[in-house]
Design a protein around this ligand. Structure first.
Ligand code: MN
Length: 329
């Protein structure tokens, strides 16, 4: 056996129960990666359960579970023993989008930036230069000559397409190689039906509201949306980024428990993850990639702001960061 998979199987040799946990509110890349990893481990006699925290928001993510018959269970807490393991997928400890359900035997397969060197992982495969987690899991199949099922190949292909925006965002050689490898094994008609189920009607109302609220300062776009779920916030952030001349977007939604952010940057001077951390500062958590990032400030840490001041505060933080990074603004 080749590559990282051997090490993973070695570590799991004496495992009693194995859980695969994608990030909270799993998206297509996280779902595809978890499902493909479960299928792969099963080939080696390891029965893993996929668990996740919170909910599945996007219409296409829900559709994936239905079309591929993926079984995932919502868990808000977990009782476990010494020989149980959890494999975090498409996320890592310290990220704002993961609720750590098991305090020991944590493993991780991820493609986000390394948050901090964590020596506590029982296994880690973090490749920050890769555009999708699905490509990393696909490589486990590829190098070991294991044939994915049509459903697994299709799910992984869709994961790569969604995270790289159809091979146009954060693409690495591995994403392209795995795209090619999976393409001939996948059922493209399923990809088509997933594409036709990307949004629901109520999303359109949120889009309309968001478009009315867009404010643009130079190449910076801001959009404040009320009562909007995480996935939709990301999609709206993507959409504002397509406005001509806007290369950095700060989208945020105020909720009962705090403020949720989604940042995009197509500007090489401005790193989305750094801008995110500058905005949340010591008040909240944030992280992601150079091109896309997310974050959250809990309500308790922003009681110094009333609602109107929130807009001013966020604009002030973002503009000061951008001015400092881009001296020619
Ligand atoms: Mn991903």
């Amino acid at each position: 056996m080749e590559g990282k998979l051997q090490e993973l199987l070695q570590q799991l040799k004496n495992a009693e129960r194995v859980y695969i946990q994608p990030h909270n509110i799993p998206d297509p890349d996280a779902i595809a990666s978890s499902y493909a990893l479960q299928f792969l481990l099963n080939k080696y006699g390891i029965k893993a359960k996929i668990i996740y925290v919170k909910t599945i928001e996007k219409a296409n993510s829900k559709k994936m579970l239905e079309l591929f018959n993926i079984k995932m269970t919502v868990k808000n807490e977990l009782t476990y023993n010494n020989n149980d393991f959890v494999i975090l997928v498409d996320t890592q400890l310290g990220n704002s989008n993961i609720t750590n359900l098991m305090k020991h035997n944590v493993m991780v397969v991820d493609h986000h930036e390394i948050i901090k060197d964590n020596n506590e992982y029982m296994y880690e495969d973090i490749r920050s230069d890769v555009g999708s987690c699905a490509s990393i899991i696909a490589e486990y199949y590829y190098v070991n000559n294991i044939l994915p099922s049509v459903n697994v190949a299709t799910a992984l292909l869709y994961g790569i397409m969604m995270d790289t925006d159809s091979l146009s965002r954060r693409v690495s050689d591995l994403d392209i190689e795995m795209f090619y490898y999976l393409y001939s094994k996948a059922d493209i008609s399923i990809i088509k039906s997933l594409k036709l189920n990307q949004i629901v009607k109520s999303d359109l109302i949120a889009y309309a509201k968001a478009l009315n609220n867009v404010e643009i300062y130079g190449y910076l776009g801001f959009v404040h949306i009320e009562n909007c779920n995480d996935s939709l916030l990301g999609t709206i952030s993507d959409m504002v980024n397509t406005i001509e001349g806007v290369s950095v977007v700060v989208a945020y939604a105020r909720r009962e428990d705090g403020v949720k952010f989604s940042i995009r940057s197509e500007n090489r001077k401005i790193k989305a993850n750094k801008l995110m951390r500058f905005i949340t500062a010591h008040r909240g958590v944030g992280g992601g990639h150079h091109e896309m990032a997310g974050g959250f400030i809990p309500i308790d840490n922003m009681d110094f702001l009333c609602n109107k001041q929130l807009d001013t505060y966020i604009r002030h933080r973002a503009i000061s960061y951008v001015e400092n990074e881009d001296k020619y603004l």
